[in-house]
Design a protein around this ligand. Structure first.
Ligand code: SF4
Length: 694
């Protein structure tokens, strides 16, 4: 403590997958009241507007400090005791499961939770509730990249640390609005460019990084794999492939080569709506660079062919030998703070801790041993988040516990989502603010915010970092861990949920991950506090971690090779016609985070960006601020126009952080990638019209 009795608690930002280090300032009464920069090597003192304002949530007047409850949706939510809320919840779980079976109750988790809590979400659902229905909101984030990584490399994480960006000669960003979604990462991008690296940006919009790119390819949304196939076509035609690397480290190359032969630049120009020369420029710049890196984000992942889009980028990196070297490699940028860690330890419908498959007998046996249950007791694989909502509509799932997520804003096709939740007989939600989804629930459990507990997150580099507790929670608030354990105890499963806190859960998580690719067994809280973070796999306490993968060219497949996959482009799910000739695409803005439940309450961020807008090209004849009605097959909404040449004339962009009546996701389509089950947020057919007053 300093002379004023203030202390600085070293921790990390709660928001995006960069996971910038910061200090929280704590006053003599033990309350968080400010933030200070921290010279962590991820961010070197920098924070973006979200990070600077994050602390204001901690003692915000909107914090929930008592459980809320109603027995039917006709009633208002009222404050009740913890006992009353827990008793009602447990009696509803019992009633629904006894009448309709275990799987009639589901759990949806979140990827902003610490990894300890995400581990517990999976165990809570499968051991306490004994249901197969558990999934999480990372399903809306980077599961397409995860699916592609597993197919190509049999490991689900980025290949290189951020610091490699500063070593590269060519940086390709595909569908990654770095300046707004991962703002502090921009220092790496511009650092590389300042050193002379060629910067290539693939994005339908001229974003802040696109404005500074050497090559900006403004392709039509939903055409990424056609573009990357054509780039690879040119690489082959011009003899720029790394045949020695391919021969030593890849399988499937001949099949991929045969496929991309059908994607000459002229075909990409037609499908993507770009000049054919740009395909050639990108191919030459990327393949000729001594070291090149490709990163993508939701722009190419939020599609019904999200996995294939990512695979087409992996094919390009593999064919040019740009994998596993300092300054050369491939990665994806995670949206949520624990987007990476959130899917590693078992809250995803098909996965068990350590990325084990729930379909694999040996994997099931290993986890049952750690959890102390019979193999026959471990449920089968469940369904994805959006599929669970469809099952709620069909009354196959009749009860739900949601843990720190906000599907009323974040899932596509709001009308379907609202109907699904309204159809449930019982819904409980954990949160620290009353989100739109929580406001619709029967029970709301007030839980701790990130600064009131300790735990780990894995950032976009798969670097595990430690968050530290800065203040005691307000009275009436409990940790998510405590609430899950207490429900488990009341369901008669308390002996399997006897944790004193996060550290106990982390120790079990470490044991549960030992021997897998996602090996945390060598990572301890103490080591994280000393080092500033350790990248998995880390199999022993004297292992330094693995910041860069595939350095010796070996992947995690049994044959050690990269499994290249044939990718054929197909059109988006929502067809264009005379009524809906344009593309609607959605995304984020710098001041807000995901569903906005946190950032829409923070004064400076609201002042910076108070409302959403529809970004349209000047050729449509709108004036700035004029009301524009955006119409899709799901409905229509009115937004002020932001008229800019930075968007294609055939495309409209709306940021998605707000609820109805200005919800981008009231317009988007709930079509899913058949492999990853990610929704197609980034393209649907629409038209725009002049509207009356907003
Ligand atoms: Fe937080 Fe991400 Fe901004 Fe860093 S870049 S301060 S982690 S939101």
């Amino acid at each position: 403590a300093d002379q004023n009795g203030e202390t600085l608690v070293p921790t990390h930002c709660c928001f995006c997958g960069v996971q910038c280090g910061m200090y929280l300032r704590v006053d003599r009464a033990g309350k968080v009241f400010g933030v200070e920069p921290r010279n962590h090597d991820i961010n070197r003192m920098r924070l973006c507007p979200k990070g600077i304002n994050a602390y204001q949530q901690v003692n915000h007047p909107d914090r929930l400090t008592a459980p809320l409850m109603r027995r039917s949706r006709d009633e208002e939510l009222r404050e009740v005791s913890w006992d009353e809320a827990l008793d009602f919840t447990v009696s509803e779980i019992r009633r629904i499961q006894e009448a309709h079976g275990r799987d009639a109750f589901g759990v949806l988790g979140g990827a902003s939770l610490f990894s300890e809590k995400t581990y517990l979400v999976g165990k809570f659902a499968r051991v306490a509730l004994k249901t197969r229905h558990v999934d999480y909101n990372g399903r809306l984030c980077m599961v397409s990249a995860a699916g592609a990584n597993k197919l190509a490399f049999n490991i689900d994480r980025a290949g290189n640390p951020f610091s490699d960006i500063l070593l590269t000669d060519c940086l390709l960003l595909a569908g990654a609005n770095v300046g707004e979604c991962f703002p502090v990462l921009t220092q790496y991008v511009w650092g590389a460019r300042d050193r002379g690296a060629t910067l290539i940006v693939i994005d339908p919009r001229e974003t802040a990084v696109a404005r500074t790119a050497d090559i900006h390819v403004a392709l039509k949304s939903g055409t990424d794999s056609a573009f990357f196939n054509a780039v690879l076509n040119v690489v082959i035609e011009e003899g720029l492939t790394d045949e020695a690397y391919l021969a030593a480290h890849a399988t499937g190359w001949e099949e991929v080569k045969a496929c991309v032969a059908h994607y000459p630049p002229s075909r990409a120009a037609e499908i993507c709506g770009i000049p054919a020369e740009q395909v050639v420029q990108v191919a030459r710049a990327f393949a000729r660079a001594p070291k090149a890196m490709a990163f993508h984000a939701r722009g190419i992942e939020h599609h019904t062919q999200g996995v294939e889009n990512c695979l087409s980028v992996i094919n390009l990196c593999t064919a040019t030998g740009h994998i596993g070297k300092p300054g050369a490699g491939y990665g994806t940028l995670t949206g949520q703070g624990n987007g990476q860690g959130g899917r590693e330890h078992g809250q995803k419908a098909d996965l068990l801790p350590g990325g084990r498959s729930i379909l694999n007998e040996e994997h099931r046996r290993q986890i049952c041993e750690i959890w102390g249950i019979e193999e026959s007791e471990l449920p089968a694989a469940g369904t994805s988040m959006m599929e669970m909502v469809w099952q709620m509509q069909r009354r196959e799932i009749r009860g739900l516990i949601g843990i720190c997520n906000n599907p009323f804003v974040s899932l596509p096709n709001y009308a379907v989502v609202k109907d699904g939740y309204d159809t449930t007989e019982f819904h409980a939600q954990f949160d620290f603010f009353l989100s739109e989804t929580a406001a619709n629930a029967h029970v709301v459990f007030p839980v701790t915010i990130w600064a009131e507990d300790e735990g780990v997150m894995a950032n976009s580099e798969a670097r595990v970092v430690k968050h530290n507790k800065a203040q005691e929670p307000p009275s009436g608030v409990r940790t998510d861990t405590w609430v899950m354990c207490e429900i488990a105890r009341r369901l008669g499963e308390g002996d399997k949920f006897t944790y004193g806190g996060s550290r106990d859960v982390f120790d079990e998580l470490r044991r549960a991950s030992a021997g897998t690719v996602i090996d945390y067994s060598g990572i301890t809280y103490e080591r994280l506090e000393e080092t500033g973070g350790i990248a998995w796999p880390c199999p022993s306490t004297d292992h330094p971690g693995t910041p860069r993968l595939f350095e010796d060219g070996t992947t995690y497949h049994a044959d050690g090779r990269i499994h290249m996959q044939v990718v054929e482009w197909h059109p988006p799910a929502d067809p264009y016609d005379d009524e809906h000739p344009m593309s609607l695409t959605t995304g984020r803005t710098v001041a807000h985070f995901l569903s906005g439940n946190q950032t829409r309450r923070l004064g400076a961020l609201v002042e910076q960006t108070p409302r959403p807008w529809a970004e349209v090209h000047p050729s449509h004849g709108f004036r700035n601020g004029e009301p524009v009605r955006v119409v899709t097959r799901r409905g229509s909404e009115v937004f002020p126009a932001l008229v800019t040449e930075a968007i294609r004339p055939d495309t409209v962009f709306i940021p998605y952080h707000w609820p109805v009546p200005t919800a981008a996701n009231a317009l988007t389509i709930d079509a899913l990638d058949p492999r990853s089950k990610i929704p197609e947020y980034k393209v649907c057919a629409c038209r725009i019209e002049h509207a009356g007053a907003i």
